[in-house]
Design a protein around this ligand. Structure first.
Ligand SMILES: Cc1cc2nc3c(=O)[nH]c(=O)nc-3n(C[C@H](O)[C@H](O)[C@H](O)COP(=O)(O)O)c2cc1C
Length: 189
């Protein structure tokens, strides 16, 4: 069961933009993060939710969703995320956030996957611009943005080839391929 969910939980970058995600659904997803592990149980993470097109439009331009190439400049209008969860570090609680936001992000994305949704962790964020765009007070550090929606693309996992290249790629049918290292290559002792 958990393995199925983990396998299904791929980074999704193309969505049915017109399929909305309810505010309550986002709250339930953040509640999964709330119940997750936190270093020394400090719980320094705070969240901003976005689920309406106007607010979404303030967020999208500041994210790098997928590697830019001649064929890809991020998801086009119509395939963009219908919601976002912005994970913030509250510097009045802690100055360092360790891996709390990664754990929170994975809990949220697993919960989204279980609901038939999907998403992508976005670390490449123009943080100053996004803070300004949403008037985020300076005490909050932007750590990760989760782009969410109803997935619109097929993603397949495959094994890294002999050249060791781990770059993800898209084939002519639009299928997204994600090479993963072999289990025996990552357990080193
Ligand atoms: C901390 C972190 C930051 C990431 N930042 C980005 C990002 O800025 N843009 C993006 O398109 N994907 C981002 N990703 C998604 C990775 O590219 C993705 O996890 C990887 O290609 C493997 O695909 P998979 O998640 O389907 O296994 C990020 C993932 C992690 C864990």
């Amino acid at each position: 069961m958990l393995r199925d969910l983990v396998l299904q939980n791929r980074s999704r970058r193309r969505f049915y933009q017109d399929v909305p995600i309810e505010h309550e659904t986002l709250r339930e997803l953040v509640d999964l993060a709330r119940c997750s592990a936190s270093a020394a149980n400090r719980q320094p993470l705070k969240y901003i939710l976005s689920y309406d097109p106007e607010k979404n439009a303030l967020i999208f331009p500041h994210l790098a969703i997928g590697r830019p190439s001649k064929d890809w400049h991020g998801p086009p209008e119509g395939e963009r995320p219908s919601a976002y969860i912005i994970i913030l570090g509250d510097t009045e609680i802690s100055k360092s956030f360790g891996c709390d936001h990664g754990i929170a992000a994975q809990s949220i994305l697993l919960g989204a996957t279980e609901r038939g949704l999907g998403g992508c962790m976005v670390g490449l964020v123009k943080k100053a611009e996004l803070s300004q765009s949403l008037n985020i007070p300076p005490r909050y550090e932007i750590l990760l943005v989760l782009a969410l929606g109803k997935p619109r693309e097929t993603v397949v996992l495959e094994t890294v080839g002999p050249d060791g290249n781990t770059d993800y790629w898209r084939d002519s049918e639009g299928v997204h391929h994600v090479p993963k290292r072999r289990l025996d290559d990552i357990i080193i002792g």
